[in-house]
Design a protein around this ligand. Sequence first.
Ligand code: AMP
Ligand code: GLY
Length: 425
Amino acid sequence: MKVLLVGGGGREHAIATALVRSSRVDKLYCAPGNAGIARIAECVPIGVMEFEKLTAFAREKAIDLTVISMDDPLCAGIADAFEAAGLRVFGTRKNAAIIEGSKAFSKDLMKKYGIPTAAYEIFDDAEKALAYLETSKYPIVLKASGLALGKGVLICEDREQARAGIAELMVDKKFGTAGDQIVIEEFMTGREVSALAFVDGKHYKLMTSSQDHKRIGDGDTGLNTGGMGTFSPSPFYTEEVHRFCEEHIYQKTVDAMAAEGRPFTGVLYFGLMLTQDGPKVLEYNTRFGDPETQVVLPRMKTDIVDVMDACIDGTLDQIDLEFYDNAAVCVVLASGGYPQSYEKGKVITGLDKFDGADGFYCFHAGTKFDDNGNVVTSGGRVLGVTAVGPTLKEARAAAYEAAGWIHFDGQYMRHDIGKAIDAAE
Ligand code: AMP
Ligand code: GLY
């Protein structure tokens, strides 16, 4: 069959790798793709928000399945556009993608259906939000309700910081209209675990667990990023945690969305915090995580196209979703200066070392070809180097070894990805 994948980040490179591994995929297109994806798929220069061009391309090429796992186009209705054009699509419809697109919606959903999450209030007026701060406990968490590239969350130590945060989000509009409405939330502590599930509207199948490292600096210091590295499975996602989430979070969320007339199909990402009072939902995403996907999909045994088909057809209960009994670690190589300003266009060397290196992956996130055909940096997060091994420790050692194969000017990485696993022993 012919498949079109929409997007061009590290997550999409990992999805593309899983798709070409499927015995059912004969031809893969990717719009717009990147320099790494170009090695396994035919990249087409269409942007992810150009719905008309994308659907026209899919019709012209008689695409059998289109796969979309990005928040912006999903929240703007790309899956609906494909369905309206009579095309088969794996991706969440707009009315369900709101579970990520509006934190106000997702918090109210959790409250209504008794799904554990941090206590909160919603504000669309800066004056009222400021007044609320007078009687709050600190630290406190401010969140832009809309999409903000994972950066619209401010953890404020005291009232002064919180006042400045409200000005940033609601008055200065640092994240644009995403800050028209904000959620002010109780600060929680605990380990964070990512649980991704395939969902078909009624049923879900959980993927293997993973953990992201969101801060830029070693020891979880500095600014929040899109994610600096991941490992899977998470030793903190125990059988006890799993049972709790099965009972109180996963099916309840799927049922809540169906009850609201917003049946969820696609990948539902549960960002969990393991607090002293049990697991709580930090956030939902309507897509695979980035860079969680770079450690989860290389461990998946089941053919991804079979699973996506079952999600579309509502037959996920008949799928036996299997993962290998191994581990994976992904180290992100970023441009120096990220997540603030950084330079682009740096030539990347060492990529050929991954050719034929079994158990190693170099997922491209922000790369492109320059006029001379060199692969150069084109984003903040440039590459995700993943290694698979029998244990987390072996996978971690291998991932750092392979990270050393790569070079570009200003290259930055964290040195403690997966260090938390030592504490689990
Ligand atoms: P979110 O985009 O909602 O997942 O938030 C981004 C990050 O902010 C999370 O991964 C947490 O590290 C942190 N965070 C969000 N909400 C809270 C909370 N209520 N308490 C403590 N940390 C939080
Ligand atoms: N790694 C966090 C996310 O995908 O939202």
